[in-house]
Structures are given as C-alpha cells and as structure tokens.
Write a protein of this length. Structure first.
Length: 225
C-alpha cells in the first residue's frame, strides 16, 4: 500500500514500492508547513502548476536529490532552465515511470511562476502506483468533466481544494467528490492564507451527508491507501 504524507497546503510526499515522489512542495514561506526542503528525499517531483504555493521549493529539492521534475510542458522546461532534470507532459497524456503511471487532467485555473514566466496549462494529476489511484486536483474550480474522470478511473484517494477564492469552495468540492467517486477525499488548499481560511470539518460534515468518506489530515500525518 502506498503511503501519503501531508506536507501542508497542496503538498504531499507519496511513497510506493518502486519510488518516492513529492507533489507541489511549498515549504519555505508556508506558515503552516513543518517539514524543511532538506527533509525531502525523493526521486521525482510532480507539479500541478507554476504558482509559488505549488512550485515552492521544487528547484532546491530537485537539485539536492538529482530528482526529475514532472510537470506541464512549459513549467517542466522552466525548471530545467534552473538546472533540474525534467519530464514535460501535457493534459490528457499519460506516461509510465519506474514508480507508476502519471496522467495530467484539466484544471480551471492559471499558471505562471513567481518571477512572472508563463507556465503553460494548470493541471490535476492521476498517479497510479502499486495498483492504487491517487488523484490530486491541483488548483481548480468545479468542472463537469470531473464526472468523466470519475467514470474512467477507480480513484482511491482524491485530494481536493476546498479553500474558495482561488479554487473550489466547500460546496463545490462536495459536488466534485460526487463526480469523482473516490474511496476517500482529503481536503487541501485551506487555512494557509487569510482568504482561504475555511473549516475542513464543515467540508467533512457536508461530504459525509452525501455518503462521501473524508479524512482531514494533520500536517505531517501519514496514511496508507
Ligand atoms: Ni494556483
Ligand atoms: Mn494555489
């Protein structure tokens, strides 16, 4: 069973039998994060988009670990320009890496780097590792095609933003969970900043009322899925 550790905001460490990776490692400058970039030992970094609260410490972690950055095309090239190994992908495409299979999905958002470089399309990501499917929605509003993603993938864990303002809020995230039909939802992208200060317990309550299983993870907490 793969292990999933919440790093805060949208960041997760994922450990499977064939490799370790980190998604959206925003640690430095994240007021709630407890891990430091030096703590992260991985082979791969997956990025949903270029915003600072997702790109985060990617370049430092990638260089220290000789890790490969898997990201939407322009963002992967941006990281490569900073010296990292890279694997560019685009929405709708999948590729089998040593640790498992990665597919990028659409996200309704924007994507540029903190220094103002256009970073291509923002994305969500499906990671098939050890016969388990992890879905990270990235930053996105609710969209109807989540229903198609749910129909075509037996999702074990879906990581869904609930913080509102920049992404889905609580009610839209409950609808997203109904479309995606995962075994478990973990809410993300809340409380880090004042404008996304929503209560995950309210999301859990509303989702439970629709028969959806929710795990509100503490920062630093690890679950198996
Ligand atoms: Ni964003
Ligand atoms: Mn964000």
């Amino acid at each position: 069973m793969p292990k999933l550790t919440f790093l805060g905001h949208s960041g997760f460490l994922v450990e499977g039998s064939k490799g370790r990776l980190v998604i959206d490692p925003f640690l430095t400058g994240n007021p709630l994060a407890t891990a430091k970039p030096d703590d992260i030992e991985v082979d791969y970094i997956i990025l949903t988009h270029g915003h600072g609260d997702h790109l985060g410490d990617t370049v430092e972690i990638a260089l220290k670990n000789d890790a490969t950055v898997i990201a939407p095309n322009e963002l992967a090239h941006y990281c490569n320009g900073k010296g990292t190994k890279f694997h560019p992908m685009s929405i709708g495409g999948a590729y089998t890496f040593p640790f498992g299979r990665v597919k990028f999905t659409i996200a309704h958002h924007s994507s540029s780097t903190p220094d103002g470089v256009y970073a291509g399309q923002p994305a969500g990501v499906l990671i098939n590792m050890d016969q388990k499917v992890l879905h990270h929605a990235g930053d996105t509003g609710l969209f109807m095609d989540m229903k198609l993603i749910g129909e075509m993938n037996q999702i074990d864990v879906s990581l869904l933003p609930i913080g509102d303002n920049f992404t889905m809020g609580i009610n839209d995230a409950v609808k997203a969970a109904q479309f995606l039909k995962p075994e478990l939802v973990v809410p993300i992208h809340y409380k880090t900043f004042d404008v996304i200060d929503v209560e995950p317990a309210e999301f859990a309550e509303k989702a439970h009322a629709q028969g959806i299983q929710v795990k509100v993870m503490d920062i630093g907490e690890t679950i198996s899925y």
